[in-house]
Design a protein around this ligand. Structure first.
Ligand code: ADP
Ligand code: MG
Length: 408
């Protein structure tokens, strides 16, 4: 039997009306010889009554640091609610459907509560369900560890569930249905003329996703890539074919068209970053000093990024949520950092940009034309990024998008 996995994001499931559209899509895909496996997120977005954040807040109002085990149990509720509702709605319409929790769907993870990794998938219940001609509706974002404890997979975890099931079931394609037409050259909420990318490679989408384009989770791409299962990112609300993520496109007759990376794929951003600056110009034992800083932060469980050590200064960033703790840790060892709160990272991403001269010059030009100070910058062979103040983030993204003419 041919199998197609279809994952629906929170905004696609938010109301009865919207779920009608989702039911239509599933009904149109399911055929006698095509089984559809549905994966759902929790309904709505932050602030909505059955959204994951609402559940987290419910517990945190009572206890600001609940146990990770309990937190995972309540976080897993959102997908159970949306999945049961969707399966019931499908069945009521005459499309037989059956709901499965992550555990029932055989999603087995490590025990890292809140950000668990899938170890393996045992899809026997899903396969049996498909054999009966019934549509399995699976709760995304959740699994079970080998001790039987419920775990969750972190932000974007439903994408990961869909990819893991797609691989386990050898699906023909994994459809990621969301609220935009597909993967675009920038977040269309910020850049009005962002262009839809019709076809991208796994490599390109991985880079974009890692740099912050939240339209698909990078882990999901990495999983789908293992068996080269094509991913299609598309809108629940239109019939557009969306973005195909694959390495080859089968052409006509016996030709196979290869897909190559773009020079520049897109512009991304991430916010909620604090930059730390420590003056070491007068420090004698620099090596010992550096070690003390990074060891203390590591011991406190604070992850640091964008580390840049120069003879006069040490620069690094931490997530906003860790800023206070990081300052405390450093002050405890007698170090008084200069902290730039509320920064954002903007990045120009392009898997084929390596070795092309002038990319950095254009980045600097775009930001300086808009009087945006660059607080720090860095690059790899697939991206160039700059740290800017949060208040400049949107302008920076638009300016970079314009400078590289990505809307054309
Ligand atoms: P879902 O709930 O369906 O998983 P997400 O909010 O996780 O949806 O992802 C979709 C959102 O990703 C879009 O609404 C869009 O604002 C954002 N986004 C960020 N970067 C991009 C990009 N390059 N292309 C498309 N969407 C993007
Ligand atoms: Mg998402």
């Amino acid at each position: 039997m041919r199998i197609i996995v279809q994952k629906f994001g929170g905004t696609s499931l938010a109301t009865l009306e919207l779920r009608k559209r989702v039911c239509d899509i599933i009904a149109a895909t399911k055929k006698d010889d095509i089984g559809v496996v549905v994966v759902v997120s929790a309904m709505g977005r932050t602030g909505d009554v059955y959204a994951t954040d609402t559940f987290i807040n419910m517990v945190k109002e009572i206890n600001p640091s609940p146990s990770p085990r309990e937190l995972d149990l309540i976080m897993a509720c959102g997908e159970i609610i949306s999945g049961v509702l969707l399966a019931s709605q499908l069945s009521f319409r005459g499309i037989k459907a059956r709901f499965f929790t992550g555990q029932q769907a055989g999603i087995v993870t490590d025990s890292n509560h809140g950000n668990a990794h899938i170890l393996y998938v045992n899809p026997k219940n899903i396969i049996n369900c498909l054999k009966e001609g019934i549509v399995p509706v699976v709760a995304g974002f959740q699994g079970v560890d080998e001790k039987g404890e419920i775990t969750t997979l972190g932000r974007g975890g439903s994408d990961t569930t869909a990819a893991a099931l797609g691989v386990a079931l050898n699906a023909e394609v994994i459809d990621i249905f969301t609220d935009v037409e597909g993967v675009m050259t920038a977040d269309p909420r910020i850049v009005k003329d962002a262009k839809l990318l019709n076809v991208v490679t796994y490599n390109e989408i991985c880079q974009l996703a890692r740099e912050g384009a939240k339209v698909i989770h990078p882990r999901a791409v990495e999983i789908a890539m293992q068996k080269s299962i094509p991913l299609r990112v598309r809108s629940t609300f239109s019939d557009h074919t969306g973005t195909l993520v694959a390495n080859v496109m089968t052409g006509t007759l016996d030709t196979v068209k290869l897909i190559s990376d773009n020079l520049i794929t897109g512009v991304t951003y991430t916010s909620n970053i604090s930059q730390f600056k420590i003056d070491i110009s007068t420090v004698q034992d620099k090596k010992g000093y550096e070690l003390k800083i990074f060891k203390s932060l590591a011991l406190a469980g604070i992850s640091v990024d964008f580390i840049n050590i120069q003879p006069e200064v040490i620069l690094f960033t931490v997530g906003m949520e860790n800023t206070r703790k990081a300052i405390e840790v450093l002050e405890n060892i007698g170090i008084h950092p200069e902290v730039e709160l509320d920064c954002a990272k903007v990045a120009v991403v392009g898997a084929a940009m390596t070795g092309i001269p002038g990319v950095m010059a254009k980045v600097v030009e775009a930001l300086s034309e808009n009087d945006i100070p660059i607080l720090q910058s860095g690059d790899s062979y697939t991206n160039i990024w700059c740290l800017v103040k949060r208040e400049h983030m949107e302008t920076a993204v638009k300016a970079l998008h314009d400078k590289f003419e990505l809307g054309k």
